[in-house]
Every structure is written in C-alpha cells, then in structure tokens.
Design a protein. Structure first.
Length: 289
C-alpha cells in the first residue's frame, strides 16, 4: 500500500467516523424528545431511523452508498449499551449480551475497515444499481433498500435483546444454562466470521482472481454469512432462555431469509461471472455449513 492510498483511506475512515458521530448525536436528541410522548422502544426506533437518514444523506454528498456499510455493525453495540444506561439495567444476562454484541460489532467493523478502500471506492453491488437503473429508481433503491431496510431489519433482530432487558427488569436477573448457551453461540459466531474472513483475505492476496476453497471455505461456500446468521440466533436464544418461545423468533428467521434469498444469491451470481470453476465448487460444497 503506497503512502498516498494510505492517507486517503485513513482520511476517508475519519470522515465516516465524523458522519456517524453526527448521526449518533442526532439520534440521541430525537430519542430525548420522542421518549416524552411515545413508548420508549418506538422512540429508539425513531432515533435509529433519523440516524440512518443522516448517514444516507452523507452517502449522497460523497456519492457513495458504502458510507452506510459499517452502520450494520456499529449501531447494535451502541444502542444496546445506551439502552442499558438508560434503563440502568446491568444484570448478568444483560452484561453477557453486551459482551457478545460488542465482540461481534468490533470484529465486523474491523473487517470493514480492513477492506475499505476509501470514499472514492463504492461497493460493486451499489455501483451495479447505479449503472443499471434510472436515477429515480436508483435513489429509491438506495434510500429504502440499501439504507432503511437493513436498519429496520437489524432493529427487528435486536428486539429479542431488548426483550432480555425487560425480562431482567421483571425479575429474571439470573442467567441459566440456556442463557450461557446463547452467549457461547454468539461468541462462536463472531469467531467463525473472524476465522473465515482472515482465511479469505490471505487466500485472495496469494491467489487473486480465484475463489477461496480452503479452511472453513472448504466446508461451506459462505462461512462468514453462516456466522452472521448464527449470531442473531444466539441473541434470540439468550432472550428465549428467560421468556420462552414467542413471536420474536421471527427476528432471526427474517435475518436468515435475508441471507438465503438475497445476499447469498447476489454474491454467487457475481462469483459465477468472475471466478472460473466456481460452478463446480458450488455443486460440491454446501451453502453455509
């Protein structure tokens, strides 16, 4: 990496960090205003939406939808921690949740920073939309599909975590064996992602232009996505350990559906276009595990 690229990349990350600081500040103000007149969880959702709109706006300013990319992994740890402070709730189940989500968030954000090339580089998926759709259609997809939809989906998947706070406040302050199992599932999920991403980065550096079929990638075509899906099942499992099975199981189900029916098919179409031999690898290797 030459010095010019390094400085430009570092400056880009600093700019995005500043954007997120502005978004967090705006969300904090909106929550303080909205919590006085509506249910607290709805106020938090409104704050999340406002923060997303600000992030989307700066994506327009820099003409780069990738400004939103780290929001996926930054928002949950920050919001859960802010909720714990607001509720003054630090029972053992809540502390386990915070540890798990911060570990996952730091790891995933770190991977984003490692692969981020700068504000002059946009993720190929967004560029494809920009190049193949009319300006109006692209901006609709950008706002609703690429920014707001992930925010709402992640917030929905956080609902079991917020339910964990409610269960703790209602008296279920002790972790049971199922709570610990959910915690272990979360930690193992982030670790699977860490190992998978490390393996694919090393492979791509050594074998540019080829598909990765070593390590975890030998046993599954998308071990990083498997870890992501499993993470949200772990959060739900921690909640279910205190409240049992209810409609909130739809949260991890929705996240699983996102990867199975949108993210993975999109990624595999690109791999089939660009990586010789990927079709045979796809036939021989399971999708997730």
């Amino acid at each position: 990496m030459n010095r010019h690229f390094s400085v430009k990349r570092s400056l880009s990350i600093a700019i995005i960090a500043a954007v997120y600081a502005v978004a967090a500040w705006a969300g904090f103000l909106v929550f303080g205003w909205a919590a006085a007149s509506m249910a607290e969880l709805w106020a938090l959702l409104l704050a999340d939406v406002v923060a997303t709109v600000i992030t989307w706006f700066f994506g327009l300013v820099f003409r780069n939808v990738s400004v939103y990319d780290p929001y996926w992994s930054v928002a949950p740890p920050v919001m859960f921690t802010a909720w714990a402070v607001y509720k003054d709730c630090f029972t053992l189940p809540v502390v386990l949740l915070l540890i798990a989500v911060w570990y996952w968030g730091i790891r995933l954000t770190g991977n984003w920073a490692y692969t981020f090339k700068g504000l002059d580089h946009e993720d190929w998926r967004y560029t494809r939309y920009r190049e193949t759709q009319s300006p109006l259609v692209f901006h609709l997809i950008n706002f609703f599909g690429l920014n707001m939809m992930p925010t709402l989906l992640v917030f929905a998947c956080m609902l079991p975590g917020f339910g964990l706070f409610d269960a703790s406040e209602a008296g279920a302050a002790s972790a049971n064996w199922l709570t610990w199992l959910g915690f272990i599932v979360c930690l193992s999920s982030a670790t699977i992602q860490l190992v998978a991403d490390t393996q694919i980065h090393r492979f791509r550096n050594a074998h540019p232009g080829q598909y990765c079929n070593v390590g975890l990638w030998k046993h599954g075509r998308h071990p990083n996505y498997f870890g992501e899906v499993q993470m949200w099942w772990g959060v739900w499992l921690m909640y279910a350990s205190l409240r049992g099975i209810d409609w909130l199981i739809l949260a991890p189900v929705a996240m699983t559906a996102l990867f199975l029916f949108i993210s993975i098919p999109m990624m595999e179409r690109r791999q089939l276009e660009r990586k010789p031999g990927y079709a045979e690898y796809r036939k021989q290797t399971r999708m997730l595990i």
